[in-house]
Design a protein around this ligand. Structure first.
Ligand code: SAH
Ligand code: SF4
Length: 353
């Protein structure tokens, strides 16, 4: 049997492992801190543990390392995109977005991948076009955040990752158990201690899993990739809509809002000539009427094969205004890093070709 990956273990599990090795419980906490707060990947460097224990840990367990194959910085310097390689040589994309200087405290958001590729086949998505390879383990998910945290600290010793969004490659709710496990680990006070309210899970709309997530007692932010205000259009853009049509999806969103007592975010990628007319804005406002919700309007990132392009910046602003006039909270999501293919799946896809 392969050795357990400590990056994917909750603190209680590490404590249990250490107890089984005949060590006191506090050793488990120390090891967890090394792995999940300091990002250490080498047992021999865990300097407050006895040397013999470090050796025994290396015999019983392992720590997944992610290799940085590529790093690209946006011109503005506020976005960095990494192509990370896992032990089986599969690669994922992870993005760091920095929001500094404008708010009371700096915000560092890591956008993580949950799967290698994706099986959902959304028409405008580079990841969807490449198909699905495999799920990531919890350790590979926390590992993305830990790797980026270390890279961030290298330049800014005081900086900490404050937010995590599951908006990289893959559909997080199709890798439910590992994603939930990773969230609990990232949230742990002895680890990176990232607040649940600063963790966003983005889904294309898997209704049963959304309902399950609502029952976890984890008040994470739910983002739903809507992209179309009618079944007819959404069936085309987001094929999973044929399985879970808008009525069921909206009911699940309302229940999530009730269960977690928080607003749901809707993602709406604006595609010129497809979903960006005033009629679409009106339909969308009707769909969200009376809901505790906000809409992130994102000018679609052009993906060559799909043949979709974003509307003019002017039309994007107008679309948002049309939603607001009807009482829907909406913003244009800040475009970050489109010059480095920071949109979902694009960097990896270029490398594959
Ligand atoms: N699978 C999940 C999370 C990853 S995708 C989901 O679909 O929600 C993260 C977000 O990027 C989703 O809202 C997705 O619809 C959006 N997205 C994908 N391709 C895009 C593109 N070319 N331009 C703009 N947004 C895109
Ligand atoms: Fe998968 Fe999300 Fe891309 Fe759709 S948008 S193909 S669900 S990663």
């Amino acid at each position: 049997m392969s050795k357990p990956d400590l990056r994917g273990m909750e603190m209680e599990e590490v404590e249990l492992m250490l107890r089984e090795m005949g060590e006191p419980a506090y050793r488990g906490r120390q090891v967890f801190q090394w792995v999940q707060a300091r990002g250490e990947t080498d047992f021999s460097q865990m300097s407050n543990l006895p040397t013999r224990l470090r050796e025994r840990l290396a015999e019983r367990g392992m720590i997944t390392k992610l290799k940085v194959l590529q790093a690209r910085q946006s011109r503005a310097g506020d976005t960095a995109k990494y192509l990370l390689e896992m032990p089986d040589e599969e690669t994922v994309e992870t993005v760091l977005m920095s929001y500094t200087g404008r708010e009371a405290r700096d915000r560092y958001t890591v956008c993580v991948s949950s799967q290698v590729g994706c099986a959902m086949g959304c028409r405008f998505c580079a990841t969807g076009l490449s198909g699905w390879q495999r799920n990531l383990s919890a350790g590979e998910i926390t590992g993305q955040v830990l790797t980026v945290q270390q890279l961030l600290r290298f330049n800014r010793p005081e900086a900490n990752v404050t937010n995590v969004v599951f908006m990289g490659m893959g559909e997080p709710l199709l890798n439910y158990n590992e994603v939930v496990r990773a969230i609990r680990i990232l949230n742990h006070p002895q680890g990176l201690n990232i607040s649940m309210r600063r963790i966003t899970v983005s889904t294309c709309g898997l209704v049963p899993e959304m309902r399950r997530l609502a029952s976890e007692g984890m008040p994470v932010v739910l983002a739903v990739s809507l992209h179309a205000p009618s079944d007819r259009l959404r069936d085309q853009l987001v094929p999973v809509n044929r399985k879970y049509p808008l009525e069921e999806l909206m009911a699940a969103c309302r229940d999530y809002i009730r269960a977690v007592n928080r607003r749901v975010t809707f993602e709406y990628a604006l595609i010129s000539g497809i979903n960006d007319t005033s009629d679409h804005a009106r339909q969308l406002a009707g769909l969200l009427h009376g809901m505790l919700a906000n809409v992130n309007v994102i000018p679609v990132n052009a993906v060559e094969e799909a043949g979709y392009s974003p509307p003019s910046p002017w039309r994007v602003k107008e679309f948002v205004a049309e939603l607001k006039e009807r009482g829907v909270e909406a913003v244009v999501r800040e475009e970050k890093g489109s010059d480095i293919d920071a949109a979902c799946g694009q960097l990896r896809r270029k490398r594959l070709r």
